[in-house]
Design a protein around this ligand. Structure first.
Ligand code: ADP
Length: 628
């Protein structure tokens, strides 16, 4: 007897103890596995004429033995595959994310965990499988948590037959219903109607008994007989008319096919004809896949050629920025005996990819226009990916993508588009103002936003590290330049104000330089600020590297030999009470002014959310100054 892998055992326990009440989903799971197995053989059959093409999935209920059998004539499994596939939990990884038992049972409740879900209804399972091309078959047997055995056996033809020995009826649940014809038919129709291979079952029917001696006026006699009947309508969801598919059906299809446990946040279903021909059924998940921003994430769409699956995850169909989209593309243009290698150079496939990308962009725009609330939600989950798309590859896609991105607005206090921002700019406003920081709340309290806010200008708050790169890539939007709230010249001052500031700057030039020197190279310049209202000081940056970028590079911890640093500028507010004090100290007590300079600098670092290199020193200095 072999033991299940630990993780599998835990799942099995859950199944056997059957916390979940929706036990019927096991049938969907087994049928879906059978269909996948036939898909695989179907694909081989495209180049191998010897494959028997009469693909089907058969359901058999035996009321006497109380068994339910699901068989397919798909690709089958070798002994090693039985061991690998059924001895360990599916590697889809869905369950690995959740660690708590309750969460797992909730997950299972939502969409099942494939094969193991059969243990919810059976106390013993037999899997007899013969791999395509093999002469012998193998039998996998298990009564649950104790383990399983694999033995050699005989089987006619390739494929897999799974026999479930149903549990005994108990107070909570009647397992016998899974032996009832009408009930099984209902389940197939409910969950597996779109499966493209016939799901057949012997169905009891009645007919008029033939009676050659029938006399006038005599009643017809009826007899029952059984007939192998196809239970599913076999039209894949994407081939059905949009108007005929309910939201529920789309969601079911999505959850089942793409192993998500929540419904998609948006469905795009369209048919393109003309230069290229294809049907696409695309789904936007309600949240970013767990590993979405990691290297291990594999994007891609299922690719079908006229209903035949040719690739499970065709990466070439999706640009990275839409990598979160799941779905199916079915095209009659693709040649059937295409291989993974030739597919990449396939002209048709490239044409589909180009058309698809355009279509996705226009569908997303429509989504934004028709249901802004849901779009905002979507954008909060996955918008980062689109922002990366704007910036990636030197911005080749920026023109197409810039209408899809949203930023938090200081005046609207919600997400807005760049177009919305520009269309309500003040008449004399020259720039699109933005400010970067860790969170919207923190940005909102940055000193450098004070003047802009005071004058009633809208500011776009940019809390994502990619945001500033997006701005740099776009440079302008509708001919308006982007301007950081910390930029040297915000374009707000009149000539007169500029002149006044210049004079004031010159008056204090020596003190500014003194403070700069006291800071020991930390700042490039100390300057008079025209953007502050209530704060005494703030930090800004000259040059290409902003304070935010310095933070981003620091967080990446790469190339530490040459740290990327912003050219920092300490700005002082001449209208703040403290300014006069600084002037006085410069005259009478330069030693204390040095301390003040350091305190002001560190304070400004704190407001910017930047790292303080020596907090202890700062605290000590602060206490000293307080004690004076
Ligand atoms: P999943 O279907 O999510 O991968 P399952 O636990 O349902 O997880 O199945 C595990 C694996 O066992 C499948 O990926 C497949 O390789 C194999 N398998 C299951 N059922 C069949 C079948 N009827 N024919 C061939 N292989 C199968």
């Amino acid at each position: 007897m072999k033991q299940f892998k630990t993780e599998s055992k835990r799942i099995l326990d859950l199944m056997i103890n059957s916390i979940y009440t929706n036990k019927e989903i096991f049938l969907r799971e087994l049928i879906s596995n059978a269909s996948d197995a036939i898909d695989k053989l179907h694909f081989i059959s495209l180049t191998d004429a010897s494959v028997n093409q009469n693909f089907e999935i058969e359901i058999k209920a035996d009321k006497e033995k109380r068994t339910l059998t699901i068989s397919d004539n798909g690709i089958g499994m070798t002994a090693e595959e039985l061991e690998k596939n059924l001895g360990t939990i599916a590697e889809s990884g869905t369950l690995a994310f959740k660690s708590k038992q309750e969460e797992k049972s909730e997950l299972i409740g939502q969409f099942g965990v494939g094969f193991y879900s059969a243990f919810m209804v059976a106390n013993k399972i037999e899997v007899v499988s013969r791999a395509y091309g093999a002469d012998t078959a193998n039998k996998w047997e298990s009564t649950g948590a104790e383990g399983y055995t694999i033995t050699q056996t005989e089987k006619e033809g390739n494929g897999t037959t799974i026999t479930l020995y149903l549990r005994d009826k108990d107070d909570d649940f009647d397992y016998d219903q899974f032996l009832e014809e009408y009930f099984l038919r209902g389940l197939v129709r409910k969950y597996s109607d779109y499966i493209r291979y016939p799901i057949v079952m012997d169905v009891t029917k009645s007919r008029v008994k033939e009676n050659p001696d029938k006399k006038e006026g005599e009643q017809d006699e009826y007899e029952t007989y059984t007939e192998k009947t196809t239970l599913n309508s076999r039209v894949p969801v994407w081939k059905q008319k949009k108007s005929e598919v309910t939201e529920e059906q789309y969601a079911d299809f999505y959850r089942n096919k793409f192993h998500d446990y929540t419904a998609p946040s948006k469905v795009f279903h369209f048919n393109i004809e003309g230069g290229v021909n294809y049907t696409a059924l695309l789904f936007i998940p309600s949240s970013a896949p767990m590993d979405y921003y990691q290297k291990s994430y594999q994007k891609g769409l299922q690719l079908y050629s006229n209903g035949v699956l040719i690739m499970d995850k065709c990466e070439d169909l999706l640009p990275d920025c839409f990598g979160f989209i799941k779905g199916v593309v079915d095209s009659s243009d693709l040649s059937l005996n295409i291989s993974r290698e030739t597919l990449q150079q396939d002209r048709q496939l490239r044409a589909i990819a180009t058309s698809l990308e355009k279509k996705i962009i226009s569908e997303l725009k429509k989504f934004m226009e028709s249901d802004r609330e849901s779009y905002d939600k979507f954008f909060k989950e996955l918008g980062l990916s689109i922002k990366f798309g704007v910036y990636n590859n030197f911005g080749v896609k920026k023109e197409q993508l810039k209408e899809l991105i949203l930023f938090h607005s200081s005046t609207e206090n919600k997400l807005v588009t760049l177009h919305e921002y520009v269309s309500r700019m003040k008449i004399d406003q020259k720039y699109i103002y933005y400010a970067c920081g860790d969170t919207v709340e923190k940005i909102d309290s940055l000193p450098q936003t004070e003047l802009l806010k005071d004058k009633g200008y809208e500011i776009l708050y940019m809390p994502d590290s990619v945001d500033e790169f997006v701005v740099k890539t776009l440079q302008t939007y509708e001919e308006k330049e982007f301007k950081s709230a910390g930029a040297k010249d915000l374009g707000l001052e009149s000539e007169l104000e500029k002149e006044e500031n210049k004079n004031k700057s010159e008056e204090n030039k020596e003190m500014f330089d003194f403070i700069r020197d006291a800071l020991d190279g930390e700042v490039k310049e100390v300057r008079l600020s025209s953007r502050l209202k209530n704060n005494a000081a703030c930090l800004t940056a000259d040059g290409e590297v902003s304070l935010e970028m310095e933070k981003v590079f620091k967080a990446m911890k790469t190339a530490s030999a040459f740290p990327v640093k912003a050219e920092k500028v300490l700005e002082l507010n001449p209208d703040h009470k403290l300014f006069a004090k600084l002037v006085a100290l410069y005259k009478d007590d330069q030693e204390t002014l040095k301390k003040y300079a350091k305190l002001l600098y560190v304070q400004s670092l704190i407001t910017e959310g930047m790292e303080i290199e020596n907090p202890a020193e700062f605290v000590k200095l602060m206490s000293e100054v307080m004690a004076d």
